[in-house]
Ligand binder design. Structure first.
Ligand code: ADP
Ligand code: ZN
Length: 729
């Protein structure tokens, strides 16, 4: 790549290097070749035409259907010192005429156009008077009827190739099947285009599925851990968006609803308040999000089950466009599936109905996975399987352990047989747990020998294991809304020949923070808040969203490195020439003052080749909440209930607190003295910090939970060694 291009990259955009794919694409465009670019959201498509625009004589014309975004893009470019403008229906005739006049006299490097402009009388003639160096067609899939967002206006773009045979065309999109890709090439008349495909994996997103139980409390916790950050919560119905927004507001959160049934003004105002960071949370139906380009959405929650994996991928895709770690959480209950079934059953056309059913069942399967969610999501879009541990989904982030599942598998399989292979997992689980439900009595299943043989298991455990038995091909599950279970040949063989079965399950070690490849920064949170305040003030003065001033990546670097001279400020990612001139003053002032007041030095900025990660502070606040509840002398179960966390998680949190030297009174959580003595001597005898050998020594009369609490108490008293890595379990 030419030195001068790299210089422009830093001077105008403040970036030191390219993101994957950008360099190849920009090289092709600068060679005046046509290009088709498929790059996922947040991949950095805009730069692929914006940088060439600055390196060429003449004007780059960008066609985009997203009128709402044009102003944003143009604001962004201007903030970086790039002369740019747009022409769309939000301008008056006089304003448009003025822009056209300035464009003719060569005042702009980049001009954004709404596609319907091209159909206006006289517009073609106007275009022909311009010295166009490049056409960029954004959201290029809109030209294809095969795509999911066909726009008839896009068909007028066909004339560009005819009218400008020698001007290169670059078409960009985030989603296009093979069919749509060929269609784009044909419709636009691209000439032997370079085709650039990037994978679909959004490595900065974590995917979590949680049971939809006490979901509101869990949602509050989530929002708390993303305080002051932008979040979207998707609901199924319009009514739900309003009531949930109200409930959140009632709990002191700032949240606004958004759905197609609200008045135009309300929708516009709510969206605007969200984009400008005046309100952090939007509770919406899936009507929200198209044409939203906010780069710093840190949390996307699906409060209800989505209808398809496509939709889910697209909606979660709105998180973390700036490449910083962001979280996607889906609350799942089988009840939601039944709700969808009800609507699907009303579809008259059978082909469509079956298609929707299939999509829904794939969605349900995703929620019930016991293997990597990212892998499943990518496989759905035909991408080759991911490695086994993505490090960014709830399955991969929960350490798993192997255990001998032979006995419980035998019990489940026997129960399936005894109940006649005509029931679903839930009924079988109820029989196993000895729950005399109406249905169980109705079929007389309380009389079976298998009734109540797995009382110690929970519904959830039985469900997980049953799912594993299905995926291990010992059980098969029928299709349809109410799937029933039956034994496969393998399952029969397993029972008959008394085979053994090892399965894996989540190892309960509490929450584990996600790790990312990106550079890990340790921002000073207090300073970060101050800088954010400054950013907001400047943004409000200029009437642009805060991210136009500086993106979160830049803010995090500032709060981590504390640059105090123009020189070091210029090395922050996102600081180009113009921003250095216009913004370094106020930002440096805040940083200097803060550094002085706190006796802090600037640290040198070294690695800047990757985008930046951020450290998470939520771990601390969640520990503190647990600490407070322990102080109230509540039982573990009660704390778990209030925190909406597993009791094992609470256990690990207490352990962590003790290990960090917190003075907690844990007496009320300890086993009675005589049992405590037994456990203590077992620990001293095994000379091991792990629980398993002690459990083995003590036998079934002692539970893991009890041993674990005792272990924590013994560590606290210094009787046994504190294992700062966390004890093995
Ligand atoms: P897309 O249109 O593909 O969704 P954008 O063009 O909006 O992506 O870019 C996504 C984010 O990546 C933006 O915040 C942008 O500033 C940032 N970005 C783009 N190119 C680079 C680069 N070379 N280095 C660092 N950040 C970049
Ligand atoms: Zn995973």
């Amino acid at each position: 790549m030419l030195e001068s291009v790299l210089e422009k990259l830093k001077a105008h955009f403040g970036f030191e290097s390219f993101l994957p794919g950008q360099e190849e694409i920009i090289t092709a465009v600068l060679d005046r070749k046509d290009a088709l670019v498929l790059m996922l959201t947040g991949g950095g498509k805009s730069l692929c035409y914006q940088l060439p625009a600055l390196c060429s004589d003449g004007l780059t014309v960008v066609v985009s259907p997203l009128i709402a975004l044009m102003k944003d893009q143009v604001d962004n470019l201007r903030a970086n010192g790039v002369p740019a403008a747009y022409l769309n229906s939000t301008l008056t005739a006089t304003q448009a005429a003025k822009v056209q006049g300035l464009a003719k006299s060569g005042d702009f490097k980049i001009l954004y156009l709404a596609p319907e402009r091209l159909a206006l009388p006289g517009f073609r003639e106007f275009l022909l008077t311009l010295e166009v160096s490049l056409f960029a067609i954004d959201e290029a899939h809109c030209i294809s009827e095969w795509g999911h967002d066909f726009r008839p206006d896009y068909r007028t773009l066909k004339s560009l190739r005819r009218d400008f045979p020698n001007v290169p065309l670059i078409a960009l999109t985030a989603t296009a099947t093979d069919q749509v890709q060929s269609d784009i090439i044909a419709q636009l008349g691209l000439n032997e285009p370079g085709v650039f495909l990037s994978g679909l994996n959004r490595s900065n997103l974590t995917y979590n599925v949680r049971p939809k139980k006490r979901a509101f409390g869990a949602l509050l916790d989530l929002l708390e851990s993303h305080k002051n950050e932008s979040a979207i919560i998707y609901c199924f119905s319009r009514k739900d968006t309003e009531s949930l927004a109200e409930d959140l507001t009632g709990c002191g959160m700032q949240a606004l609803p958004y759905h197609a049934g609200l008045s135009r003004e309300t929708r516009r105002a709510n969206q605007e308040n969200f984009i400008h960071d005046r309100v952090p949370i939007i509770v919406a139906t899936i009507a929200f999000g198209m044409g939203i380009d906010k780069p710093d959405i840190r949390l996307v929650v699906h409060y209800d089950l989505p209808k398809s994996l496509e939709g889910y991928y697209q909606e979660t895709g709105r998180a973390g466009r700036d490449g910083l770690p962001s979280e996607c959480v889906l609350f799942y209950s089988f009840g939601d599936k039944i709700k969808h079934d009800f609507f699907i059953d009303q579809i008259e056309q059978s082909e469509e109905r079956e298609n929707e059913q299939l999509k829904l069942s794939q969605m349900v399967e995703y929620c019930e996975l016991t293997t990597c969610r990212r892998q499943r999501l990518l496989a759905y879009f035909g991408e080759s399987p991911w490695e086994t541990d993505c490090g960014g989904c709830d399955i991969c982030l929960t350490p798993r352990e192997q255990y001998d599942a032979t006995e419980i598998a035998q019990k489940i399989l026997s129960a399936v047989i005894r109940t006649g292979e005509r029931f679903g997992g839930q009924h079988v689980a109820q029989v196993l747990r000895g729950a005399a439900t109406k249905r169980v009595i109705q079929y007389g299943h309380q009389e079976l020998t298998v009734f109540g043989i797995a009382r110690e298991s929970t519904d959830e455990e039985l469900k997980q294991i049953t799912n594993s038995l299905v995926s291990q091909d010992l059980l098969s599950k029928s299709e349809g809304s109410y799937p029933t279970l039956s034994l496969t040949l393998l399952g029969k063989d397993f029972l008959k020949n008394r085979l053994t079965l090892m399965l894996d399950r989540p190892k309960s070690v509490g929450e584990k923070a996600a790790t990312f490849d990106a550079e890990v920064l340790a921002p000073n949170l207090e300073l970060l808040e101050m800088l954010r305040g400054l950013r907001r003030n400047i943004a409000e003065q200029r009437g642009v969203p805060a991210y136009v001033i500086f993106g979160d990546a830049s803010m995090l670097q500032m709060a981590s490195y504390l640059p105090q001279s123009n020189e070091s400020f210029s090395r922050i990612s996102g600081v180009g020439r113009v921003k250095l001139e216009e913004l370094s003053g106020p930002f440096l002032e805040v940083i200097r003052e803060f550094a002085e007041a706190n006796g802090l030095q600037e640290t040198s900025i070294t690695v800047r080749r990757t985008r930046n990660g951020r450290t998470r502070d939520s771990a601390n606040s969640t520990l503190n909440q647990t600490k407070e509840l322990v102080g109230l002398k509540l039982s573990i179960d009660e704390i778990a209930r209030r925190r909406v966390l597993a009791s094992s998680t609470i256990g690990s949190q207490i352990e962590r607190l003790v290990q960090t030297g917190e003075a907690l009174d844990l007496e009320h959580l300890m086993p009675p003295p005589e049992r405590m003595e037994k456990i203590k001597s077992a620990f001293l005898r095994t000379e091991d910090t792990r629980l398993a050998p002690v459990k083995e020594l003590l036998g079934d009369n002692y539970s893991y939970d009890e041993i674990r609490m005792a272990h924590i108490g013994l560590q606290q008293k210094g009787i046994i060694r504190r294992d700062s890595e966390g004890s093995g379990r």
